[in-house]
Design a protein around this ligand. Structure first.
Ligand code: PGA
Length: 251
């Protein structure tokens, strides 16, 4: 059975104190979240230890927003997957479009990051999605297919069982534009078919595929009702506990 996940990507927002306040509010109201929905928060690196403390004893899981493509050593400014696992992270977001666009992250780097995340027991939330011009040119299936093939197809079926995928059309991230339910479902089904052809029906059926891109309380219910959408990766709306909890209640 695949898991339902609602994950909050805080990006580079909130001070540590604000982040702890947000996490504490989520922890205090956690009983509003349906039992079968897994809530995940992904604060900035420097918040992780304090947020871990704030969500202790709840079912809220901790995620980082990135990790290094090297295990350890002389890589100034980087944070290794093992370090994240050591402070209680269970997930790590990898391949977010902002990392691909602004920090030149490539498929080759992401292959290394995913391998290290898995080696350290972290579950990658691997992001894919097309840019606006690619969608307009009708290339969205090809783009997503390449992102999946180049980064995930070297994994074993067992490893693939630990991967969460997030489909995030870049034109919908932080823009207020959301993919229509049909557009999102169509790509999610396409991704699941790619996985079935490569890894077998069971792996594909069990893989959690999240939608991301201006997901909010007003549209989450319809999106999550689609058969191949298993939750959301939420940016802006995850910064307000009330909105994030409302999204988590949208199943
Ligand atoms: P958004 O961001 O919800 O603010 O559009 C989603 C994401 O980038 O993960």
């Amino acid at each position: 059975m695949r898991r339902k996940i609602v994950a909050g990507n805080w990006k580079m927002n909130t001070t540590v104190a604000e982040g702890v306040a947000l996490a504490s509010e989520l922890a205090a109201n956690f009983n509003q979240v349906p039992a079968d929905v897994n809530l995940v928060v992904a604060p900035p690196f420097v918040h992780l230890t304090s947020v871990a403390e704030a969500i202790k004893g709840t079912k809220i899981a901790l995620s980082a927003q990135n990790c290094a493509d090297k295990a350890k050593g002389a890589y100034t400014g980087e944070v290794a997957a093992g370090m994240l696992a050591g402070i209680g992270c269970q997930f790590v977001i990898l391949g977010h479009s902002e990392r691909r666009q602004y920090y030149g992250e490539t498929s080759a780097t992401l292959v290394e990051k995913i391998a290290l995340a898995l080696e350290n027991g972290l579950q990658p939330i691997y992001c894919v999605g097309e840019m606006k011009d690619e969608r307009l040119a009708g290339k969205h299936f090809d783009v997503v297919k390449a992102q999946i093939e180049e980064v995930l197809f070297g994994l074993t079926a067992e490893q693939m069982g630990h991967i969460v995928i997030a489909y995030e059309p870049v034109w919908a991230i932080g823009t207020g534009l959301t993919a229509s339910n049909e557009q999102a479902q169509e790509i999610h089904a396409f991704i699941r078919k790619l996985l079935a052809d490569k890894f077998g029906a069971k792996v594909a059926e069990d893989c959690t595929i999240l939608y991301g891109g201006s997901c909010k309380p007003s549209n989450a219910k319809e999106l999550f009702a689609q058969p191949d959408i298993d939750g959301g990766l939420i940016g802006g709306a995850s910064l307000k506990a009330e909105d994030f909890l409302a999204i988590a209640q949208s199943y």
